[in-house]
Design a binder for this molecule. Structure first.
Ligand code: ZN
Length: 307
């Protein structure tokens, strides 16, 4: 590992939002709440619990307020709501999120399709939201989506990502995340991009968000740890992606990521066996296998109880 490598990494569980948002059948609110509470019980301290977006566009997230209402809040846990605009931010704060994540897409075409605005308009919205969040005592952070490539425009220039990072940093986010939304990035790109962003916004916490669409997700996570990322997004079971689009796949599986980190001596404070259990529980809830490999292979060495 390089000198910038972290010995401690925070994992942000995004399964309840990024993982579930494309599920074709609407899951009961109680199941989502049970999922979130299992993640918290396993030791995860930041959970992206839902998104406050147009329910017509993302029906699975239509019960955002109900999920927040039903959750048993735990001290020291951040319940993150994803928002794309001011309206979503107001809903998230009213629902009681203590952290909000805003997304700005690196390419205009994708930003337009995802949130009906240009990237510039979304950056302006973020700066406005960040100011209100600081006033409201809600922790704001921002993700630069499609930072490693765009499904519509193709390659995204690193300079473009750096420029956006510099501009969103003016909102004093808790951290900036770089997201490989469509899973096209490779480790050397992660190293390069994190290095450039760190140089542009020194001292800023950097989080990464990877999808395993082309099987580079875990390798990218390794590169991010080596390059000094302070947090990584992951979803239990590796769920996510639209079942109707064969090429779309989920986030990196939380338990697979945790296995690698633990064996590397990077601490996370999360109970791996509890995550594997939850991955198996998710399979029952969804009625199908999840992509995560630890769910199949199990922990190593075996958990004490099974030894
Ligand atoms: Zn994602």
């Amino acid at each position: 590992m390089s000198q910038t490598a972290q010995r401690q990494i925070e994992i942000v569980e995004v399964g309840p939002r990024d993982g579930l948002q494309n599920e074709p059948t609407l899951l009961p609110t109680a199941t989502k709440v049970a999922f979130i509470e299992r993640a918290v019980a396993a030791g995860l301290k930041r959970i992206e619990v839902t998104s406050f977006v147009n329910p017509k566009k993302v029906p699975q997230m239509a019960d955002a307020e109900d999920v927040l209402k039903a959750l048993q809040r735990r001290e020291g846990v951040y319940y993150v709501g994803l928002v794309l605009n001011r309206k979503g931010f107001d809903r998230a704060v009213a629902a009681g999120c203590n952290e909000i994540g805003m997304a700005v897409v690196a390419s205009d075409t994708f930003n337009q399709r995802n949130q009906g605005a240009t990237t510039d308009e979304s950056i302006a919205a973020w700066l406005d939201i960040a100011k209100s969040a600081h006033v409201a005592g809600v922790r704001p952070q921002v993700t630069i989506s499609a930072a490693f490539g765009c499904p519509f425009e193709g390659e995204v220039a690193a300079e473009r990502v750096v420029e956006i990072a510099t501009r969103v940093a003016e909102g004093r986010p808790y951290e900036i995340a770089l997201a490989d939304t469509i899973g096209v990035g490779v480790p050397s790109q992660v190293t390069d991009l994190l290095g450039r962003v760190r140089e542009a916004v020194p001292g800023m916490r950097l989080r990464c968000h990877f999808h395993n669409t082309r099987n580079t997700g875990i390798a990218n996570a390794y590169a991010a740890v080596a390059a000094g990322a302070t947090a990584l997004d992951a979803s239990i079971g590796g769920i996510g992606g639209c079942p109707f689009a064969p090429a779309a796949t989920g986030n990196i599986p939380t338990e697979d990521l945790l296995y690698m980190l633990e064996r590397m001596g990077v601490s996370t404070g999360v109970d791996l066996d509890a995550l594997i259990d939850t991955g198996r529980w998710l399979q029952d809830q969804l009625g199908r296998n999840v992509p995560g490999l630890l769910v199949k292979a199990g922990n190593f060495p075996r958990p004490r109880a099974a030894a």
